[in-house]
Design a protein around this ligand. Structure first.
Ligand code: CU
Length: 121
């Protein structure tokens, strides 16, 4: 049951990501998880640095969030579930486990930090 839900969610995320990529930019033709994309082309789309993710765990006290995220092209990271720091704890104020979100993630001093998070439709 869990596996099916997980797979369904993963497919849904991929489908949404693919659709929005196609709609916004011809630069992202294939949804390549293995990092052969051209970063300069991705920069031309305002939304290109947002990554689809699903919230798995929220830790407001230590300002951390566990996300099951899509591939992050700018960081050359495949999709996975992992813990991130959040830049600003207020990002977690309205967050709920299970929410589908779009996040901006940067690499800062060897760790990955969520700097923006918006609800994905
Ligand atoms: Cu990751």
């Amino acid at each position: 049951m869990n596996l099916i839900k997980t797979l369904t969610t993963a497919f849904a995320i991929v489908a949404v990501a693919t659709l929005s990529s196609v709609a916004q930019s011809e630069a992202v033709k294939s949804h390549d998880h293995h990092g052969k994309t051209d970063p300069t082309k991705l920069m031309s789309s305002a939304d290109a640095d947002l990554t689809h993710a699903e919230i798995r765990k929220i830790d407001k006290d230590s300002k951390k969030i566990t996300l099951k995220h899509e591939a992050i092209k700018s960081l050359d990271m495949p999709g996975m579930t992992m813990v991130f720091k959040v830049k600003d704890g207020t990002l977690l104020d309205n967050a709920q486990v299970g929410d589908k979100v779009k996040v901006k993630i940067i690499q800062e001093g060897g760790s990955y930090v969520v700097t923006e998070m918006v609800t994905a439709k």
